[in-house]
Design a protein around this ligand. Structure first.
Ligand SMILES: Cc1ncc(COP(=O)(O)O)c(C=O)c1O
Length: 323
């Protein structure tokens, strides 16, 4: 297939069957979102939000795009803003990983780093404060605001949700990690439309407040949040499973060891949630279970895949099994 530009190779990611020995009672299918152009599920939102905002004249070629993100969304927006010829201000904090800092800068975004922790001990509130300051200061600026922007979830309803519904004859369960809520809101809407009996399971991280949990320090980016996303009110969610960082790490390593899948942190959380949910359950007919693996392991090489980090920094000071 010939593409004019790599950023056009968006979506239509592979769906693979995974057959873990202890999950023989289900058919498990994983949508591999790291096959998107910048390596994550967030490319879908970045492309759709910018395209929609241009079409609706909410922005023009001289607009400065502003968003707070230390992770995948910052990388996706940097690439797609560059493609659309838009200036991008990415508000980050000191917890940003080296790879993302390098990618965001190299892709031409202006990086604004917040250094003071907020009253909750995290940085999110101060990052939002900084976004609001920039909006006041920079004329013709536009805040993407992934937590509230309806085009965030629309991106997933119209692309990822559609793909899943077309690729499987039946969906009985879908497990999705939640941060801004865009993926689960859009995908769950599409699945509910085509497979109304399907159960949607939200996967959150210990320490995230999205589903009413107590705030606690979290070290693995991409999943969970210290604020409740507004767009989540339109999601179809049947159950929430909260996973800790230790089991997330354990499952990341298992997926690599046993299934050749070098995936990012949130994919380990989702896999852990599937195991927790189906453990001891029996079915007359194997249900079809779909999971979304949002990114690849490379950006976690100094954390989830690093022995010293696991021993010292993750929530439960996880002891990584020697391979
Ligand atoms: C690795 C990873 N997993 C899951 C998600 C969750 O996606 P959403 O923000 O659509 O809820 C994100 C979002 O940034 C992510 O980076």
């Amino acid at each position: 297939m010939l593409y004019r530009n790599i950023l056009e190779k968006l979506g239509k990611t592979p769906m693979v069957k995974i057959e873990p020995r202890d999950l023989g009672q289900i058919n498990l299918y994983a949508k591999l979102e790291f096959y998107n152009p910048t390596g994550s599920v967030k490319d879908r939102a970045a492309f759709h939000i910018l395209k929609k905002a241009l079409k609706l004249n909410k922005i023009n070629k001289d607009t400065s795009i502003i968003e707070s993100s230390s992770g995948n969304f910052g990388v996706s927006l940097s690439a797609y803003c560059k493609e659309f010829g838009l200036k991008f201000y990415c508000v980050v904090d000191p917890q940003i990983c080296t790879a993302n800092e390098y990618l965001i800068k190299t892709l031409g975004a202006k990086m604004v780093k917040v250094t003071e922790p907020d009253e909750n001990g995290g940085y999110l509130l101060n990052r939002i404060k900084k976004v609001k300051e920039l909006l006041k200061k920079i004329p013709n600026s536009y805040w993407v605001n992934q937590y509230r922007n309806p085009y965030n979830s629309e991106a997933y309803r119209e692309t990822l949700g559609k793909e899943i519904c077309n690729e499987l004859d039946e969906v009985d369960y879908a497990f999705l990690g939640v941060s801004s809520g865009g993926t689960i809101t859009g995908v769950s809407q599409k699945i509910a439309e085509k497979f109304p009996m399907a159960k949607i399971i939200a996967v959150d991280m210990v320490g995230s407040v999205i589903f009413g949990g107590r705030p606690q320090k979290r070290y693995i980016p991409g999943i969970g949040s210290s604020m409740v996303p507004d767009i989540l009110k339109d999601a179809h969610i049947n159950e929430v499973i909260t996973i800790d960082e230790a089991s997330t790490i354990e499952m990341c390593h298992e997926l690599l060891r046993e299934h050749n899948l070098f995936i990012g942190g949130s994919s380990g959380s989702v896999f852990s949630a599937v195991k927790k949910y189906f453990s001891g359950k029996k079915f007359k007919k194997k249900p079809n279970v779909v999971v979304v693996f949002a990114d690849r392991g490379d950006r976690y090489i100094n954390t989830v895949y690093n022995e010293d980090w696991c021993d010292n920094f993750c929530q439960n000071n996880f002891k990584l099994k020697k391979l």
